[in-house]
Design a protein around this ligand. Sequence first.
Ligand code: ADP
Ligand code: MG
Length: 684
Amino acid sequence: MADLNTDVRFIKGIGEKKALALNKLGVFTLHDLVSFYPRRYEDRSQYRPIALALDGEQVCIQAVVADTPRLTRVRRGLDLVKFKAVDDSGLVNITYFNQSYVKDSFHRGEEFVFFGRMEVKGAHRSMTNPVYEQEGKENGVTGRIMPVYRMSAGLNQRAIVQAVRQGLALCGDQLPDILPDSVRRRCELAPARYACENIHFPADFGALELARRRLIFEELFVLACALGRLRRERVREGGIPIGQADLGEFWRTLPFSPTGAQRRAVEQAVSDLRGGGVMNRLVQGDVGSGKTLVAAALIWYVWKSGYGSAFMAPTEILAEQHFHTLSAMLEPLGLRVGRLTGSMSAKEKRETRALLRDGALDLVIGTHALFSRDVEYANLGLVVTDEQHRFGVEQRSALIGKGGRPHVLVMSATPIPRTLALIIYGDLDVSIIDELPPGRQKVDTFSVDESYRARLNGFIRKLTAEGRQVFVVCPMVEENEELAVPLKSAEEHAKELQAQFPELRVACVHGRMKAKEKDAVMAAFVDREADILVSTTVIEVGVDVPNAALMIVENAERFGLSQLHQLRGRVGRGQHKSWCILISDADSEDVKARLSIMTKTSDGFKISEEDLRLRGPGDFFGSRQHGLPEMHIADLGADANTLQRAQHEAMQLLQEDPELEKEENALLRERVEQLFRENADSFN
Ligand code: ADP
Ligand code: MG
């Protein structure tokens, strides 16, 4: 008796060689086999009378062999078998190339179904190498939607199709339904067996859709349950206790009112702080959405309970900027604010460290120097990290180890579609700031080609004459990259610009410079010691240069939309009208469509959703090296709605049964644990 764990060799027609080929595709057992979903489908379900089939159409025809097949040897290595077939409507000439054995399969007067591409030339109709099956001896390859599988050497479609058919026949009825009944009903999902049969051999397109919906949901649901359990496992007790404070007291000190989204993010974080556990929250908001204020409010909040905070920025210059902003905001309220960066003198550092050890600072701002081994904190309650995507996971956990278990607030300006954020930051709670402070100017954006260069230079001249500064970004060139069209490297381009504008000061930052050198050039630019800053994407992070009014991106086709959006966010931060010019000579319609999205919207979330739709989630995951388990059928980008639903259902289920201990969740639990086992790397 075969069951789901039986080796695929058990299947008739699968010998050693085919079994090894299947193993290469990850198929070892019958369960693997029936879970080996088709890559696509071929529609062989359409029947046509011969005379009505259109030229080029792939159709089935039901026809009678009208003469005796003739074998012709055209030359060595080229055989033809030819015959005619007819139905009530007309006649078709059928030809098989190099399949001389088929000659004996067809006899005059026998009825067949042929599937293939109809060719029509005037009154002449023909089909070449059609798939066929004789009336009364069907083996299920015509008249239906056929699966097409991923292949490896040593296999062919027919072998896989037959193997899967047998697999389903042998143990289709043993397939466990891991979805709890209640979830399946509520979400109107097909039962497991139906889904599995119809994903391989769908009765029709409706059935295929039902099957896909169920299986995609199942995959995402299991992932969501796994991530949900991780989140729960995160220490739920032992968080530093933070008492109640009146946020209104803080808000009233501001020269403006917080936006609704800022208020919401702060309130969500406060409920974490007061919930008894350790906060681990991501605040996601577009550039300029006011994330710093959210951090300030929370720093103030924990200070009211007698705890200090550490604020970590990815670069010295950002640390300096945050130091100025935050001390201006918080010192008047009584907080003692200090800083700790790599470029401070040894003496200054020593002094700051002493203050921290004595609990004489309520907030310290710095780079990762904050978390070097010789820094001790007397009363660290909250750690804020800005622009989190610049930090490795390791750094994050190193800092969490400092002085007990401080609450953690992570801020990121990379807008990721909500649904995806929930998955990517599986172990973080997420707040989204989806509202900009009022009165923001839109950055006018244009997508242009080289022919615009002269006008652009004129524009640079005009703006710089008015005292504004200009960013120019060039793509990073990989060392061994072969390029059809040479790219502008930042250094060369800076030289060209300097030659072009001898009266202006052109500075350059590129990837091969040391962090210190980069920071020095950036700092000089902030201090208006240069008019034009040419760089690779190193300026992507949130440096504030309110005087910059123009962002030029060279070879814009090389950037993702979200990246372009980040770059554009570097301008329009002061009171000056600002522009963003995307230069690309790429002809491709795709590129044009992509860049035109930038000219039409300034909503970072909308842009990231488009980016996701156009490029798939690989970039989001890849660039962050968040190796999520590989999906077999779901597409994290395209199936966002299902993902959201699956997430919601998973949360609800985990609320009722956090450890998945109930009898009805046993199969699900097993599957979740299997996912953990198979992806040990991703989940650590
Ligand atoms: P982010 O870090 O999210 O890119 P910032 O925190 O640097 O944004 O804020 C951008 C600018 O918006 C700052 O100059 C800040 O003072 C201002 N700002 C923040 N919140 C508000 C608000 N609610 N109303 C008006 N201006 C605000
Ligand atoms: Mg910021």
